[in-house]
Design a protein around this ligand. Structure first.
Ligand code: COA
Length: 704
């Protein structure tokens, strides 16, 4: 039951307080709609009420938007549009009423929550890091449909409004003030008093409703050619980014355009009509599933379990610095490295990260200072004594990793867990000879650590459950989504990536071009194609990984392709030296061009395999099949973990939900038949995993 409490205060100001006692955050639900209709709308006609202030009683959320958990149950587009339409009309009624409405935003005002604020005439925001404002609907495959597509651009301007709606970008209070999204920023403690006083001033004419600040472009937006220029550019960007895979952004643009041409009312009706359809799309279903799955995974270990009291990172390179940087604020962190230059770079990286967070208002300047004061570097390993979690992030070299582990064990106490950061080396192998192998786990972070949301936690058989739990709790405290995987070569993410990358080489050999292969997978929805990806990783690194894993799975994967080795010999190292599958001009590395010299490394290159659909199928099914092998061997615990891991760790297209959802969508029968055909034509490595074959026979799917 959603609750709104209305309290009258001096001067005829009604406080409308949101507080849903049954949910951790306030969300927009059908119950809230009823409360708005019954308790808030009548205030517009109540002569005792002169003005209204909207606020939340929750500690750190205003309103977190629609209740996403209800999206899963929605199966009738008309009903969705009807409920949304009722919300939209309530908000229009509020916005158009002559009494001043003030929103006092402390905490997250997202989606429908921001739309409530946008229906007010004055918005105050607290200068607290928890205060974020945004319309993230597009990230769930839907659109802001309670006036958001109309009122946001009218407040912040067309270009900024489009950017926020098309990316789902969230802004904090200071930025919101700068762009005109809010009218004033105040302290969390002072927000209520200030809101009441603003409402009073508006009632008595001591303060005027602020007019939207218009950039020059927005003043010219009435001119058809300016409008079509701005929207045309936005459409082009959307097409480039989505490659037609996501319908929501175009619907957002449609509503914005309609509002400018035919007026707000027509556009509001279009919003309402669109939301029902969009919520039923497979894209939205997958995105919503992913949101809920990652939320679900937060409670996989006991929430609140103490994570770490003092952490040490051994190895101050890029990864080590990244790991330290996401740990600051949770506990004191010491980074150890034998090289003072590395430590200097590491400190610089940490400082820059803190400054970036402060600029984004994710931390206050005081918190930035505090975090910095809990960070130290040292060349002396004895200074890590006292750490109860040590993350080692040295080079991917077995003997080095073993040596570091032995040295660390000399220094730390019995409560210390040791996490080794590796994407490919076996954890049990690293732990051979360790004094306490039961405390050694794998912590596979992804680069750049502050941006990549996944942590693959490798739990070898000998690891003590408490040690694995502790590492997991720490990963979660760092804000990572954690999947637990078994200690098998390549774990999960590297293992499913490698056959996919190797497959790209076979397809090159079979006649496809660099652009065709990468283009096919970008059309499929990956942010980069497999060949460009190898360039990013480094051809030498990719060659080494392919060799190592290829040996371990040689029985099934068959002989690998030696092109990568030949590329290394020919000094084609990828992006880092400007020469790989692409060439990268020294100054404008983004303007890469397919490297024609690569074809000469394929003396037996055939003509054929140029059909984009076949390329997409071959590459994506290779990954899906390896994911099924991982599930079959219990490397991952569930299709859920496999899907979340592939999306968050490898950029598997989120709108497809992950390899297991994709398998279900295609149909296991189709997969078996396509893979068997490939196996007949090109060899046994394409044979479908036994699990897929069995499930297909039994008529089962990965998800019900
Ligand atoms: N619908 C349903 N539940 C929601 C929700 C929403 N819109 N937003 C948050 N929650 C739930 C979470 O699932 C979690 O539930 P749990 O404790 O039962 O696991 C709880 O609220 C707290 O969320 P959490 O993400 O753990 O807290 P946080 O403080 O880190 O972040 C938010 C809070 C609101 C910033 C974040 O949850 C968020 O971004 N939510 C999504 C908002 C959104 O996309 N809204 C648009 C809907 S159209």
């Amino acid at each position: 039951m959603n609750e709104i409490t209305v309290t009258m205060v001096d001067g005829g100001i009604a406080l409308v307080i949101f507080d849903d006692p049954e949910r951790p955050v306030n969300t927009m639900t059908p119950d809230l709609l009823i409360a708005m209709e019954n308790q808030v709308v009548p205030l517009m006609d109540d002569p005792e009420v002169k003005g209204l202030v909207f606020l939340s009683a929750k500690p750190d959320t205003f309103i977190a938007g629609a209740d996403i958990k209800l999206f899963i149950e929605a199966d009738d587009p008309k009903l969705v549009s009807e409920i949304d339409g009722a919300y939209s009309r309530v908000l229009s009624r509020l916005f158009e009423n002559p009494k001043p409405l003030v929103a006092a935003v402390h905490g997250a005002a997202l989606g429908g929550g921001l739309e409530i604020a946008l229906a007010c005439h004055y918005i105050l925001a607290s200068d607290h890091p928890a205060t974020v404002l945004g319309l993230p609907e597009v990230t769930l495959g839907i659109l802001p449909a309670a006036g958001g597509t109309q009122r946001l651009p009218r407040r912040v301007g067309l270009v900024r409004g489009l950017d926020m709606m098309l990316t789902g970008r969230r802004v904090r209070a200071g930025r919101a003030l700068k762009i005109g999204l809010v009218d004033e920023v105040v302290t969390p403690e002072g927000i209520l008093e200030r809101a009441k006083s603003v409402a009073g001033d508006l009632v008595h004419g001591r303060l005027k409703r602020p007019a939207p600040r218009k950039a020059l472009l927005d003043r010219l937006i009435g001119l058809p050619f300016v409008r079509s220029m701005v929207l045309g550019k936005a459409r082009k960007t959307v097409r480039q980014r989505t490659r037609g895979n996501y319908p929501a952004p175009m619907r957002i643009l449609e509503c914005v355009d309609l509002g400018l041409q035919k007026g707000v009312d027509a556009a509001l009706e279009r919003e309402i009509a669109s939301i029902g359809d969009l919520m039923m799309t497979p894209q939205s279903r997958s995105l919503v599933w992913l949101f809920l799955a990652t939320q679900d995974m937060k409670s996989d270990t006991a929430k609140g379990r103490p994570a770490s009291e003092r952490m040490a990172v051994v190895g101050g390179g890029l990864m080590g610095a990244g790991i330290a940087s996401v740990s600051l604020g949770r506990c004191p962190v010491v980074v150890q490295d034998i090289s003072s230059e590395a430590l200097e770079r590491c400190s610089g990286q940490i400082k820059a990260g803190l400054a970036r967070q402060a600029r984004a208002e994710a931390v206050t300047p005081e918190e930035q200072e505090r975090r910095w004061s809990t960070f130290t570097t040292t060349r002396d390993l004895s200074e890590i004594a006292g750490a109860d979690l040590v993350v080692e992030a040295v080079f991917e070299e077995l003997s080095l990793k073993r040596k570091v582990l032995a040295e660390v064990e000399e220094q730390v106490g019995p409560e210390a867990v040791y996490g080794t950061n590796t994407s490919v080396l076996g954890i049990s192998e690293i732990a051979i000879g360790a004094r306490h192998p039961e405390r050694v786990v794998g912590m596979h972070y992804f680069s750049p650590v502050h941006k990549m949301p996944l942590l693959e936690l490798v739990a070898p058989e000998q690891a003590a459950p408490w040690a694995v739990d502790k590492a997991q709790a720490f990963g979660q405290a760092q804000g990572k989504t954690v999947i637990r995987v078994k200690d098998r070569p390549g774990f999960y993410t590297t293992r499913i990536l490698m056959p996919y990358l190797r497959e790209a080489l076979f397809l090159l050999e079979r006649g496809a071009t660099i652009e065709e292969i990468d283009g096919a997978m970008k059309d499929f929805g990956f942010p980069t194609g497999p060949l460009a990806r190898m360039d990013e990783v480094g051809i030498d690194v990719a060659a080494q990984m392919s060799r190592d894993l290829g040996e371990k799975y040689s029985q099934r994967w068959g002989p690998g392709h030696d092109t990568l080795e030949r590329m290394v010999k020919a000094n084609f190292l990828g992006r880092k030296n400007g020469r790989g599958f692409y060439t990268y001009p020294a100054k404008k590395k983004k303007q890469k061009k397919p490297n024609q010299e690569i074809y000469s490394l394929f003396p037996e290159r055939q003509a054929g395999t140029r059909d984009p659909a076949l390329l997409r199928d071959t590459l994506s099914l290779t990954m899906v099949n390896e994911a099924a092998h991982c599930l079959q061997e219990d490397v991952i615990a569930s299709p859920r973990d496999g899907d979340v891991g592939a999306v968050l760790g490898l950029g598997f297209p989120p709108f497809r939900g992950g390899p297991f959802h994709h398998a279900d969508d295609l149909g296991l029968e189709t997969i078996v038949s396509r893979m068997e055909t490939l196996a007949e034509q090109h060899g046994p490595r394409y044979a479908p995993a036994q699990m897929i074959v069995d499930m297909e026979r039994q008529g089962r799917t990965f998800f019900v």
